[in-house]
Design a protein around this ligand. Structure first.
Ligand code: MN
Length: 269
């Protein structure tokens, strides 16, 4: 039987986690290890400055799980080390309330947790649904399940995870499913200033703003806008090969020498 690790970034009490947990009934052996509160937009943070505590809890009408006072990646770490049950074969993260799309995925704790699974070499899937308070959570989550089942059976290429986004609509309104690319970031553009620094304090809030480029055809943003389920494969390897080749032409050795001479001239030894 496949060992599934279920986690999220909204916290163990999130209805999104419960919905996914319920959908997994009968699919395998599920260990749920999730943050004890909301850790959204915490990306791939880990806790290293203090001890972590995992508490056995009951969530969502009788499921057993661990509430950890850490980050989503802390949850995956602990589970990988077999701390709260058998080591997983598959990492699932979500369902996040709020889509995780475009360049915003780099802020996402939901994606961060799945990314950790992929880094360790496990198949991993992050699932999110459009909207902070989706009206169709329970009816939409099962649509992601066949993807999860397939990944569980066949795995994914090493270092690759899937980022799945569900539109918040009635099931019969779903127009299809699409392999998408990442749109742009929506959290760059706008802030709301509450205090402009006249008393030595700058207080402001970062707001989400949709930009034109995000709705280009083929992006995750466009899919969700058209009631299409979005599946984006993401890679853990951030290194860029073309730029590595470009850098080979830079004479980095010569530049290092020049830097050393400049340091000597400035009085270094
Ligand atoms: Mn979240």
């Amino acid at each position: 039987m496949i060992e599934i690790l279920l986690t999220n970034d909204d916290g163990i009490d999130s209805p999104g986690l419960v919905a996914l947990r319920r959908a997994l009934d009968g699919l395998g052996s599920v260990t749920t290890v999730a943050p004890d509160g909301n850790r959204s937009a915490i990306a791939r943070s880990i806790t290293i400055e203090r001890r972590l505590t995992g508490r056995e809890v009951t969530f969502g009408h009788g499921y057993r799980g661990i509430a950890l006072d850490g980050t989503p990646v802390d949850c995956v770490h602990a589970a990988m080390l077999g701390l709260f049950g058998p080591q997983p074969d598959l990492v699932l993260s979500g369902v996040n309330l709020g889509a995780n799309m475009g360049e915003d995925v780099t802020y996402s704790g939901t994606v961060g947790a799945a990314f950790e699974g992929a880094l360790i070499g496990l198949p991993a899937v992050a699932v999110s649904i459009e909207g902070r308070t989706p009206a169709h959570l329970d009816e939409m989550v099962p649509l992601a399940l066949p993807i999860v089942v397939r990944v569980a059976r066949e795995g994914l290429p090493r270092g690759i995870m899937l980022n799945v986004n569900l539109p918040d609509c009635e099931r019969r309104e779903v127009r299809g499913v699409e392999v998408t690319r990442l749109g742009c970031a929506s959290y760059h553009g706008r802030i709301e200033v509450e205090s402009d620094g006249r008393r030595g304090e700058h207080r402001y809030r970062v707001l989400s703003e949709l930009r034109e480029c995000e709705n280009e055809a083929g992006t995750d943003f466009a899919a969700i806008a058209h009631y299409v389920v979005s599946v984006t494969p993401l890679r853990t390897d951030w290194r860029d090969e073309p730029t590595a080749r470009l850098l080979e032409t830079w004479d980095l050795e010569g530049m290092l020498l020049a830097g050393r001479h400049a340091g000597d001239a400035a009085g270094g030894s």
